[in-house]
Design a protein around this ligand. Structure first.
Ligand code: PAF
Length: 301
C-alpha cells in the first residue's frame, strides 16, 4: 500500500512535492543523513501495462521536514514504528494511519497524540506485491479519510483530501471516520478470518455454508458497536460484506496472504478487537473470540 500511494503521489506531483519512502525493513535502523541511492521497482497498472520507476529512501531530514506521514504498516506495527520515528518528526506533521482493523489509537504514545493530528485512511484499492520490487494495482477502489485525534484547519483538510484525491481517486473526507472504520471492520471480521482458515478466495465466502457464521459474527459486532455508541444493523452489514466479497471475488484477502506467507496477521485488531470490547462491556462474542483464537493458532503453527 505504501508503494501504491507513493507511486501515485509521485506521478501527480513530480518534483514539486518531495515524496520519499521508508521501507519497513529500515524501521528501527538509524536513518542516514546522506543521500540514498534510488531503488527501482516495477509498477503494473490496472490495464496490465507495466513501467519501471524508482523511489528514494527517506533520510532523517525528510522526516524532519515532512508535512504528511502516511503510515502504511500493519495495525500491530503502528506503535513500534511510531516509537522509532516520533522524535525525528516535524512537530506539525500529520500522521495518516492506513491499516485494517481498529484499536491502534490506544497503542499510540500520549506524547505523539498531543503533538500530531492522527488521521485514518481506509481504502478498498487492491494491490498485490509479487516480489518486493514489483507491485500490481489489482483493483480500483475508493478511499475514506478522516480525523481520529487532534485538530486540523479547514484548509489543511481541503488540501490533503484534494492531493490524495488527485493522486488516487476517489478519496472522500468524512467528519465521522470512526463509523467508516466500523463498516470496514465488519467486512474484515468476516472475510479475513474465514478466507484464511478455509484457504479460499474472497468470493467463496458467499456460499451457503457460511451464511450462519457470517450472521453470528456480525450480530456480535453490532452489539459491541452499540455499547460504543455506534448503531448498525446486521442485515445491512451482511449485504455490505457479501458485496465486497463479490467485487473482490478472485482476490486473496490480506489475512490469508499473511498466513500463507507465514507472517503475523492483523487478527488482534479485527476479531481480537471485538473480543476485547466484549470483555469491556460484558457482551458475549463467542464466534469472534473463536476465530481470533483459531487464527492465533494458525499463526503459531
Ligand atoms: O484485508 C483485505 O484483504 C481487504 O480489506 C478486503 C476488503 C477483505 C478485500 O480483500
Amino acid at each position: 500500500m505504501g508503494l501504491l500511494w507513493h507511486h501515485h503521489l509521485q506521478a501527480l506531483t513530480g518534483n514539486i512535492v518531495k515524496i520519499t519512502l521508508l521501507p519497513s525493513q529500515n524501521f528501527g535502523q538509524k536513518l542516514s543523513p546522506h543521500k540514498q541511492p534510488k531503488i527501482n521497482y516495477n509498477y503494473t497498472h490496472l490495464n496490465g501495462l507495466s513501467e519501471q520507476c524508482s523511489y528514494q529512501i527517506a533520510q532523517s531530514k525528510h522526516l524532519n521536514n515532512a508535512d504528511v506521514i502516511i503510515l502504511c504498516v500493519k495495525s500491530y506495527q503502528v506503535k513500534q514504528v511510531l516509537v522509532s520515528i516520533a522524535a525525528k518528526l516535524n512537530k506539525s506533521a500529520m500522521i495518516i494511519l492506513a491499516h485494517n482493523g481498529m484499536g491502534t489509537l490506544t497503542d499510540i504514545d500520549n506524547s505523539v497524540l498531543k503533538q500530531h493530528a492522527i488521521l485514518a485512511l481506509l481504502t478498498t484499492h487492491g494491490c498485490a506485491r509479487s516480489v518486493p520490487t514489483h507491485i500490481i494495482h489489482t483493483g480500483s477502489g475508493n478511499s475514506d479519510l478522516g480525523l481520529l485525534s487532534g485538530e486540523l484547519s479547514v484548509s489543511t483538510i481541503k488540501n490533503i483530501t484534494q492531493l490524495l484525491q488527485q493522486a488516487l481517486p476517489n478519496v472522500q473526507w468524512h467528519k465521522n471516520i470512526i463509523e467508516k472504520q466500523w463498516l470496514k471492520l465488519a467486512v474484515n471480521c468476516v472475510i479475513n478470518p474465514l478466507t484464511a482458515l478455509y484457504n479460499i478466495n474472497n468470493g467463496d465466502i458467499n456460499s451457503a455454508q457460511f451464511v450462519e457464521i457470517k450472521t453470528m459474527l456480525l450480530n456480535e459486532l453490532v452489539l459491541v458497536a452499540k455499547a460504543e455508541q455506534y448503531n448498525f444493523n446486521t442485515t445491512e452489514l451482511l449485504t455490505l460484506v457479501n458485496q465486497v466479497a463479490t467485487t473482490t471475488a478472485k482476490n486473496c484477502s490480506s489475512m490469508r496472504a499473511d498466513i500463507l506467507a507465514r507472517r503475523t496477521t492483523e487478527i488482534d485488531y479485527i476479531n481480537g478487537y471485538i473480543h476485547r470490547l466484549g470483555l469491556k462491556h460484558d457482551i458475549a462474542t463467542q464466534k469472534n473470540t473463536q476465530l481470533w483464537q483459531q487464527i492465533k493458532q494458525l499463526e503459531a503453527n
